[in-house]
Design a protein around this ligand. Structure first.
Ligand code: GRF
Length: 213
């Protein structure tokens, strides 16, 4: 976990995003310049709207397209080096659609968080909301979790979760609309807690993150 104590300035955060970047925007509008400083935004997609949002906020951007590298590891090593150059202490995956390899995760061990639109461990991976609808669940939700180099997808320890009852939902778009404000609250809250050093591991259960409030 990134260091945090009274002496420590704002937590330096690097963001990876592939899409519209509304979760990045939530970070920029809340914790950025307060407990945290977004020091760089990188994407696997040059057209990602998230990059525009970063530029508008005066934040450095980097584009790392898979086709520019020999393999995923080479690309991930380049992203890790780019984040390290900016002294990023915490990496936030805000709608980053590529799976990170060990080349990245080993460099930022215990310091990568992701926001996922389901109540994990239910419905990991892509199309989480569609999976939940297909299953017929009545409670949807959002998870913010650490990403670990464990070979799984969306399998790292949970930091925060919040559910919402939507017993009549049939449309993934409608569910996503309901989940967005939850994501936009939960992700900055998780970053704030990490910045304050309020997230620690239960020594009796390494899966369980203890949140000091
Ligand atoms: C969010 O729904 C997030 O949970 C998922 O990807 C989406 C990203 O949205 N991992 P945005 O790019 O932050 O708007």
């Amino acid at each position: 976990m990134p260091p945090s104590d009274g002496e420590h300035g704002p937590l330096r955060v690097g963001v990876l995003a592939s899409g519209t970047g509304t979760n990045l925007q939530a970070l920029l509008d809340t914790v950025h310049g307060e407990e945290a400083l977004v020091v760089g935004v990188a994407s696997d997609r040059p057209a990602a709207e998230a990059l525009e949002r970063a530029r508008a906020a005066g934040i450095e951007t980097g584009v790392f397209e898979r086709s520019d590298y020999e393999d995923r590891s080479a690309r991930d090593a380049a992203i890790a080096a780019w984040m390290a150059e900016r002294d990023a202490e915490l990496i936030v995956l805000a709608g980053y659609m590529a799976i990170l390899t060990s080349a990245f995760l080993s460099r930022f061990a215990g310091a990568v968080v992701n926001v996922h639109p389901s109540l994990l461990p239910a419905f990991p991976g892509i199309r989480a909301i569609e999976q939940a609808l297909d299953y017929g669940v009545k409670i949807f939700g959002v998870t913010v979790h650490f990403v670990e180099d464990d070979g799984g997808v969306d399998t790292g320890p949970v930091i925060l979760q919040r559910g919402v009852e939507l017993p009549h939902a049939t449309s993934a778009e409608d569910v996503h609309m309901q989940l967005r404000p939850i994501e936009h609250a939960l992700l900055p809250e998780a970053v704030r807690l990490v910045a304050r050093g309020a997230v620690t591991r239960d020594p009796h259960n390494p899966r369980r993150m203890v949140i000091a409030r």
